[in-house]
Ligand binder design. Structure first.
Ligand code: PMP
Length: 449
C-alpha cells in the first residue's frame, strides 16, 4: 500500500468515547449554531436510535425530518442492497427504469396537471432547480416568500429563506421579497373580535410586494406548513387567496413539501388540504426516507417552455437510478400500506396527547399542526405569549436525558417551539411513551427553573 508522506496511519482499534470526541473536535467543521449533540449514535432501527452505551432514544424528528418509514425499513434496505449491486449511478443523460417508474408513480399520487418530474438529491437543490425554472419560464427574476420560510442552504434557496440568519455571507441575488407569515397564534393582524385577519395580512403583504417590485415577479415559493419557521399552518382558504394573488401578477406558485410531502400530514401532499394545485412542487426529505432523494414536479407546459429555452440543471446525481429506486420504494410502500390514513389516525392520537399536556402545563401556549407533523409553542405566560426560549432548551435537553429526541430546529432563539414529526411507522405504544417523556421533561424543566 502506498502512503502519503507525512500522513498518519489509520488507527485499527475502535476509539474510546474520549478519543472519538477529541478526534471530532480536531477534524470536523461545525455547521449549526447549536453544536453537536453529545452522544455517539451507534445504530438506528425503526423509530429508535441507540447510543454508545446501548441506550435507546426515541426519534421524534425522523432524523432530519426524513426517515418517514423509520430507520432501516426492510423495503428500503432491500432496494438499496439490490441497486448498489446492480445499477448504482449513471451519466446524467442516461435513463433507467427506476427513474421513469418513480416519475410515473409520483404523477399517480398527484393532480393530473403535475405530470413532469426531475429527480435530484437534496431539498435545497430541488428548490434551486424550481426557482431557475420559474425564472426561465416567466423571463422574470423576483422571488417572493414568507418571512419565516426555510428553503435550503444553497444560493437561490437560501436567498428565499428568512427563518434563520441571513447575515454574514455578503450579497444575495437581487429581487428576493417577503410577505408576513400568516401565523394565527401570533399575527398582529386582528379583526374587531380579535380573530386572525389573514385576508388583511395577505393584502398588506402584496401591497408591499407591489411597491418593492421592479416589475419582474417570477414566483412565490412557500411551504404549505412552515416547518423550521415554527410549525405554522396558514389558515384554510389562505393558499387559494395566495394562488389568486400570484395568478393576477403572472407569478408561478412553487410549493416546497420537503417536510410535509408524502402522507406525513395525513394527506399525500399538504397543498391538497388547501384545495390548490401548485405550478411547481418540490419534494425532498421524505421522498428518500433517510436517503438523499429529491424531486421537482411541474406541468407539461412549463416543462416544454423551459426545455425550448434550454433549461440546464445537469448535476452529478440527477436521475441516479439508486436514488430513484429508493424514492419508488418509498412511494409504493406509502401507497400499499395507506400511510396517509395512518398519519391521520396517529396524528389525532398525538394531537390529543399534546392537548392533554396543554391542560396540565401552563407553559404550553399553543398546539398546532396536522397528522404526524405537530408542534407546541412554549410561552412564559399565556396572556403575554412571551416566548419561553430557555425553557424550550431545557425541555429539549430533559427529553434527551430521558430517551426522547424531539425539536427539529434546536438553536437559541427558536427553541420555544418544539417540532414533532415521528416516523409514520411508529407503534402507538412508542408514541404514547414519547408523550409521557415529554410530560415528565416539562415538569423537570419547570423545577430546574
Ligand atoms: N425546504 C424545506 C421546507 C426544508 O425544511 C429544508 C430542510 N430543512 C429544505 C428545503 C432544504 O433541504 P436540504 O437540507 O435537503 O437541502
Amino acid at each position: 500500500m502506498t502512503t502519503v508522506p507525512g500522513a498518519r496511519q489509520a488507527e485499527s482499534s475502535p476509539q474510546s468515547t474520549e478519543e472519538f470526541w477529541g478526534s471530532a473536535r480536531r477534524h470536523l467543521i461545525r455547521y449549526g449554531p447549536a453544536g453537536f449533540i453529545p452522544s455517539i449514535i451507534e445504530r438506528a432501527d425503526g423509530c429508535f436510535l441507540y447510543d454508545e452505551s446501548g441506550r435507546a432514544i426515541l426519534d421524534f424528528t425522523s432524523g432530519q425530518m426524513s426517515s418517514l418509514l423509520g430507520h432501516s425499513h426492510p423495503a428500503v434496505v432491500e432496494t438499496v442492497s439490490r441497486s448498489i449491486a446492480t445499477l448504482d449511478h449513471l451519466f446524467s443523460g442516461m435513463l433507467s427504469r427506476p427513474l421513469v417508474d418513480l416519475a410515473e408513480a409520483l404523477s399517480r399520487t398527484l393532480p393530473e396537471a403535475l405530470s413532469k418530474t426531475m429527480i435530484l438529491s437534496t431539498g435545497g437543490e430541488s428548490n434551486e432547480a424550481a426557482i431557475k425554472m420559474a425564472k426561465l419560464y416567466t423571463q422574470k427574476h423576483e422571488i417572493v416568500s414568507f418571512d419565516q420560510s426555510y428553503h435550503g442552504s444553497t444560493h437561490a434557496a437560501g436567498a428565499a429563506t428568512y427563518s434563520l440568519s441571513r447575515a454574514g455571507y455578503g450579497p444575495l441575488a437581487p429581487g428576493n421579497l417577503i410577505i408576513p407569515t400568516p401565523n394565527p397564534y401570533r399575527s398582529v393582524f386582528r379583526d374587531e373580535e380579535g380573530a386572525h385577519d389573514w385576508e388583511a395580512e395577505l393584502d398588506f403583504g402584496f401591497a408591499m410586494v407591489d411597491r418593492q417590485s421592479v416589475g419582474s415577479l417570477a414566483a412565490f415559493i412557500a411551504e404549505p406548513i412552515l416547518g423550521t419557521g415554527g410549525l405554522i399552518a396558514p389558515p384554510d382558504g389562505y393558499f387559494a387567496a395566495l394562488r389568486k394573488k400570484c395568478d393576477e401578477r403572472g407569478m408561478l406558485l412553487i410549493i416546497d413539501e420537503a417536510q410535509t410531502g408524502l402522507c406525513r400530514t395525513g394527506d399525500w401532499y399538504a397543498f391538497q388540504h388547501q384545495g390548490i394545485v401548485p405550478d411547481i412542487l418540490t419534494l425532498s426529505k421524505t421522498l428518500g426516507a433517510g436517503l438523499p432523494v429529491s424531486a421537482v414536479v411541474t406541468t407539461e407546459e412549463i416543462e416544454a417552455t423551459c426545455s425550448d429555452r434550454r433549461f440546464m440543471f445537469t448535476t452529478t446525481h440527477v436521475s441516479d437510478p439508486l436514488a430513484a429506486a429508493v424514492g419508488l420504494t418509498v412511494v409504493q410502500t406509502l401507497e400499499e400500506e395507506k400511510f396517509d390514513a395512518t398519519a391521520r389516525r396517529l396524528g389525532e392520537r398525538l394531537r390529543q396527547g399534546l392537548l392533554d399536556l396543554q391542560n396540565r402545563h401552563e407553559r404550553i401556549g399553543d398546539v398546532r399542526g396536522r397528522g404526524l407533523f405537530q408542534g407546541i409553542e412554549l410561552v412564559m405566560d399565556r396572556e403575554t405569549k412571551e416566548p419561553a426560549d430557555n425553557f424550550g432548551t431545557a425541555v429539549t435537553a430533559a427529553c434527551f436525558e430521558l430517551g426522547l429526541h424531539l425539536n427539529i430546529a434546536q438553536m437559541p432563539g427558536v427553541n420555544s417551539i418544539l417540532r414533532i414529526a415521528p416516523p409514520l411507522t411508529i407503534p402507538e405504544a412508542a408514541l404514547d411513551s414519547g408523550l409521557a417523556i415529554l410530560d415528565e421533561a416539562l415538569t423537570i424543566a419547570r423545577k430546574r427553573g
